[in-house]
Design a protein around this ligand. Structure first.
Ligand code: AMP
Ligand code: MG
Length: 186
């Protein structure tokens, strides 16, 4: 299976959450997978999608709705996590492509959830942490949050922060800015 370098898949997940640790018997589970594809040749954002995922071992708390705007009724219309992983592979060829997220949370949550449910991990090994890359490229002494990175670039935060699709779209704008600074002439 070939490794493609045509687009980068930017992923941002939202998960069930509480102000403290999960209540007894519940665990953090992915409820939204936001995806934005970024064309490597042009640095342009191509498509944005939000996949809602129905949680199986937890429910959406009031705290979680406050943070993400997502309600239990909304995620009840979602597909299963297994179906979402299959879709990433089929539609986005996620196992053949480079994927990226802001920080390491999204990658670790996918790993944890695939492992605990014996679901095949939908990605390959080529993950880029945009948060770290942004700080390194701009010579920052510490990593900054997505909203601060957008401010530093004078870019607007489009859509609703903490919604996967909008977060992925905004992270793609940050990555695009890094991508277009190409010092090496080909
Ligand atoms: P984000 O991509 O920043 O919207 O965060 C992804 C997920 O991390 C959220 O859906 C929550 O599950 C969790 N999360 C983010 N911020 C918080 C917070 N302040 N308290 C609890 N969980 C959080
Ligand atoms: Mg998010």
């Amino acid at each position: 299976m070939g490794k493609k370098l045509d687009i980068i898949i930017i992923v941002d997940v939202e998960a069930t959450c509480w102000s403290e640790s999960p209540p007894p018997g519940q665990e953090n589970e992915i409820i939204e997978i936001g995806i934005c594809t970024l064309d490597i040749a042009t640095g342009k954002r191509l498509e944005k999608e939000s996949i809602l995922v129905k949680p199986e071992r937890s429910t959406v708390s009031e705290f979680c709705t406050q943070l993400t705007t997502l309600t239990q009724a909304q995620v009840d219309t979602g597909i299963s996590f297994a179906e979402a992983c299959a879709m990433l592979k089929q539609k986005y060829l996620s196992h053949q492509r480079v994927w990226a997220s802001y920080g390491d949370y999204d990658r670790r949550q996918f790993e944890r959830q695939c492992q605990s449910r014996q679901i095949s991990y939908p990605f390959g090994t080529r993950h880029i942490n945009v948060k770290t890359l942004f700080a390194i490229v701009h010579g920052l002494s510490i990593e900054v949050g997505m909203d601060e990175a957008l401010q530093l670039l004078n870019l607007p935060l489009e859509g609703t922060h903490h919604r996967g699709g909008d977060d992925a779209w905004n992270i793609a704008a940050i990555f695009s800015e890094l991508l277009l600074k190409r010092p090496i002439q080909k």
